[in-house]
Design a protein around this ligand. Structure first.
Ligand code: TRP
Length: 437
């Protein structure tokens, strides 16, 4: 099996240059690696936790889907879908919720931060805290475990959530796995190297600081205007400038080759004016962003195309999720009611196939054909008479498997020493159940 890499993108806000450099670009590059199967999804159920404005939810999902596609995510190559198109996700969330300890959720960062802030403000600790926020990590665990992801690239702030997913997976495996693991234990993958791009004011680029440069919104004009607002020192053109550590150069680096970086630094040391430097930065970024922006605008003009892409992605995702969830339902005991369900459960519990009774067919030195039935420990339960043809022995084995006690009553065979008929009947029933399962 290929290594499965999965990551979710919370659909709030409009993507900025920092998102592109820090998350989108490296993730798309990673999705092109050989030997990995990538799952990318729009975490729109998670978005509902933070936002109760339907129009913003709708707009943000569309913008973020269009952004990832425009930036080169290949929906043929990766599984690209919306969380809310996968009904197995909330279903698994419930199964996991039932084995997650409340105490552990009390310690989740996002929830703790909310209660701490409430306490500091002299409020009830849970003021304004929804169950959505409280259970956020369980929904996230379901996202990950449903696809048995091995690796989960996330920001540092999300590492605790991956740890929680591992814990829940472990508990579930222990309770319901019957000796073999149902869930892969996921590993957080933190991109240590990922540049935290500075914003216009030099602090980390973030919507909440109002210092972000929009990735596509507003077009080339907005990009140029944003870059013009980058804070620099007051050195004049002609004065030598120290490039290291400046916001302008850090932004430039994020898009430049090694050669361009050297040349840019040298020019600043020789007195390149900040205005001209900003022009160079604009041209560099624009040369890379412009073709993507064109694709973005085309996609935004045809939301129905994006919808189609996401539906196709959901179908791919559900082809994995649906059968797996059926297995998980069965594991916890949500099973169809069948005539044989009690014995079936017993046979499910059997650690391996070798624990089942077994038919053997063979030919003796007398040239005749026989069958026998042994129990799991090799004790003889049933011994046939000799047949002239191998086919006849085979036909009786088949009948005994299919009809159980009814065939036993008429089969040309005798019970093993000290074996009672009921034991043979139940052995046949176990075999039949295993055959069905
Ligand atoms: N909580 C993540 C974030 O805010 C988004 C997310 C939701 C996610 N489900 C996930 C990330 C599953 C990785 C795997 O960034």
């Amino acid at each position: 099996m290929k290594v499965r890499v999965l990551t979710g993108i919370t659909t709030t806000g409009t993507p900025h240059l920092g998102n592109y450099v820090g998350a989108i670009r490296p993730a798309i590059a990673a999705s092109r690696e050989a030997g990995v199967q990538s799952f990318f999804f729009l975490a729109d159920y998670h978005a509902l936790i933070k936002c109760d404005e339907p129009d913003r939810i709708e707009r943000s999902r569309l913008e973020i889907a269009a952004t990832w596609l425009a930036c080169g995510l290949d929906p043929q190559r990766v599984v690209f879908y919306r969380q809310s198109d996968i009904p197995e996700t909330p279903e698994l969330t419930w199964l996991l919720t039932c084995v997650t300890s409340k105490g552990q959720m009390n310690r989740a960062h996002a929830y703790k931060a909310a209660t701490d802030a409430n306490v500091a403000a002299g409020e009830d600790p849970d003021a304004g805290v929804t169950m959505g926020l409280y259970s956020y990590p369980i929904l996230m665990a379901a996202d990950i475990l449903l696809f048995n992801a091995h690796r989960v690239p996330v920001g540092r702030d999300q590492v605790q959530h991956i740890e929680m997913a591992r814990d829940v997976a472990q508990r579930f495996n222990h309770l319901f796995g019957q000796g073999h693991d149902l869930f892969v234990l996921p590993q957080a993958e933190i991109e240590e190297e990922v540049a935290q791009l500075p914003g216009l004011d030099g602090r980390k680029m973030s919507k909440s600081y109002d210092n972000a440069i929009a990735l596509f919104e507003g077009g080339a004009k907005a990009l140029r205007e944003s870059i013009a607002r980058i804070v620099t020192d007051s050195r004049l053109p002609g004065e030598p400038k120290e490039p290291e550590g400046t916001t302008l150069v850090t932004l430039y680096d994020a898009f430049a080759t090694a050669e361009q970086r050297r040349a840019f630094r040298a020019a600043l040391r020789e007195g390149l004016g900040w205005g001209d430097a900003k022009q160079q930065l604009f041209e560099l970024v624009e040369s890379q962003i412009a073709p993507m922006r064109e694709r973005y605008d085309a996609l935004m003009a045809h939301p129905e195309e994006i919808e189609k892409t996401l539906q196709a992605g959901a179908a791919k995702a559900r082809a994995v999720a649906q059968p797996f969830l059926a297995q998980l339902r069965n594991a916890v005991g949500l099973r169809p009611m069948l005539a044989s369900s009690t014995t079936k459960r017993q046979s499910d519990a059997a650690p391996s196939k070798s624990a089942l009774p077994m038919f053997k067919q063979y030919r003796e030195a007398d040239g005749r054909f026989y069958f026998k039935l042994n129990d799991a420990h090799g004790r003889l339960l049933l011994q046939s008479q000799g047949f002239d043809e191998g086919r006849e022995a085979g036909a009786w084995v088949k009948r005994l498997k299919a009809e159980g006690a009814a065939a036993l009553a008429v089969a040309p065979a005798t019970l093993g020493d000290g074996v009672d008929r009921a034991a043979v009947e139940s052995a046949l029933a176990a075999l039949a159940a295993a055959e069905q399962g």
